[in-house]
Ligand binder design. Structure first.
Ligand code: PLP
Length: 455
């Protein structure tokens, strides 16, 4: 971490409240100031080089200095730096991106609504779904089903869908009618003696019982990340999503895939839902849509939803929702170029090809001390550290060992994310086999040094 002798660090501590940061600890330790990027690497303000093993916030697909994205932004800034999409106004980049997203999305998802972040996206999903059900005269059908450990954002509605306790604490959330079902993570949620199949059956029974108890006519949608990210890279058991889909279809409950992390190749498929075996009615996408070079999110939704929403907007006189920056021309131009690069360089295929060396290389650490579970799909993975491998007991103070590993990883030149005592990895999609080998080498060192320090 930076010393406070650095004047930028001083100013940061004095004036910036950082997201997801202990402000008092930050006053002591200061920031890690990142200065510039190159490929899969970033460099801090002292010149130290790191592999960005988290692709920023699970988001920089094409690496940290892609000139084509800078050029696309500059060109659009010169031609039309801003225009809006309210009141039937439009512009070429937002039109072309909508057409492209409809082409990439599962069949029948042909309509796009823009905003600037994943949180705004999921907030807007709630409004869109409520508007849709009101349009159909189903005014009681409002509740959302989500899962514990889900991360859907931090605004009032998306933060309510999020199922992580610390994200609710002292923010007076949730405020929505949302029911959080059991997290589909067998290692932590499976009970003693239960098989993975029995665990899945229990979760599906919980879903059916919840619908029976609440009434299908009160439940609007089931929202989920195909593979959960910020909750700790939690991979659902085989068959889970297919059965969730079947139960939702039977009960006329919409399925929302939060593809904010999974989308655009992270799991080795264009969207995560396909990899997990289901087809949503609505997808929220963001992050890798622009490699996070510009803030952008999109909700891609079905023809059936569009038809009801369009009718209702005609009845009322407008679909009275939208943001000043919705479909921002520079953001959508950058997204188009970013998606073109993903396609030209076959980065989805790259993720699929590197899944085996990356995932099996990490699983080879299962025998190391402290390693409880290694999990992941495609190019996202996590290593959960535990106090006792046999009993899966957690450390007495959650996050302490994770922070030790995080510090050691920084010393070794790797940025990972400690989620409690789980170490997450999600490298840029441009990684090569040699990069993966280097990440694995450093992870081995990090795990050994952490075990030694904790012993
Ligand atoms: N949904 C998922 C799955 C996410 O991982 C995130 C952010 O990490 C969000 C939504 C919220 O996105 P944003 O931080 O852009 O608001």
């Amino acid at each position: 971490m930076m010393t406070l002798s650095n004047s930028l660090a001083h100013a940061d501590v004095a004036h910036q409240l950082h997201p997801f940061t202990d402000a008092r600890a930050f006053e002591q330790n200061g920031p890690l100031i990142i200065d510039h990027g190159q490929g899969i690497h970033v460099f801090d303000s002292t010149g130290k080089k790191y592999i960005e093993g988290m692709a920023g916030l699970w988001s920089v697909a094409v690496g940290f200095n892609e000139p084509r994205l800078a050029e696309a932004a500059y060109k659009q800034f010169q031609k039309l730096p801003y225009y809006h999409t309210f009141s039937a106004k439009s512009h070429e980049p937002s039109i072309k991106l909508s057409e492209k997203l409809a082409e990439m999305a599962p069949e029948g998802l042909n309509h796009v609504l823009y905003c600037s972040s994943g949180s705004e996206g999921n907030d807007t999903v709630v409004k869109l779904v409520w508007y849709y059900n009101n349009a159909l005269g189903r005014r009681e059908k409002k509740k959302f089903l989500a899962r514990t450990n889900a991360y859907h954002g931090i605004t009032m509605a998306s933060g309510s869908l999020t199922g992580i306790a610390v994200d609710h604490k002292d923010f007076d959330l949730p405020i929505l009618p949302v029911i959080h079902l059991t997290c589909p993570h067998f290692y932590r949620e499976g009970t003693a003696g239960e098989t993975e199949e029995q665990f899945t059956a229990r979760l599906l029974k919980e879903l059916e019982d919840t619908i029976a108890r609440e009434g299908a006519d009160t439940i609007a949608a089931f929202i989920g990340e195909p593979v959960m990210g910020a909750g700790g890279v939690l991979v659902p058991p085989k068959g889970y999503w297919e059965s969730v889909e079947a139960i939702c279809r039977k009960n006329d409950i919409l399925i929302v895939a939060d593809e904010v992390i999974n989308g655009f190749g992270r799991l080795g498929t264009t969207f995560g839902a396909a990899k997990m075996g289901f087809t949503p009615d609505i997808m929220t996408v963001s992050k890798q849509i622009t490699s996070s070079y510009m803030p952008l999110a999109a909700i891609v939704f079905s023809d059936a939803i569009y038809e009801a929403v369009a009718d209702n907007s005609h009845k009322i006189g407008a679909f009275a929702h939208g943001f000043t920056a919705a479909g921002h021309p520079v953001a959508t131009a950058v997204a188009l170029e970013n998606i073109a690069i993903i396609e030209e360089r076959d980065l989805v295929g790259n993720a699929a090809r590197l899944e085996a060396p990356f995932q099996s290389g990490l699983r080879a650490f299962a025998d190391k001390p402290l390693v409880g579970e290694v999990r992941g799909v495609g190019l996202m993975a996590a290593v959960e550290l535990v106090a006792d491998k046999a009993t899966k007991a957690k450390f007495s103070k959650s996050g302490q060992v994770g922070q030790i590993a995080n510090r050691i990883a920084h010393e070794e030149g790797l940025i990972l994310r400690a989620i409690g005592d789980t170490l997450a990895l999600c490298p840029p999609l441009i990684v090569t086999e040699a990069d993966v080998a280097e990440i694995l080498r450093i992870m081995g060192v990090v795990l050994d040094r952490t075990a030694k320090e904790v012993a």
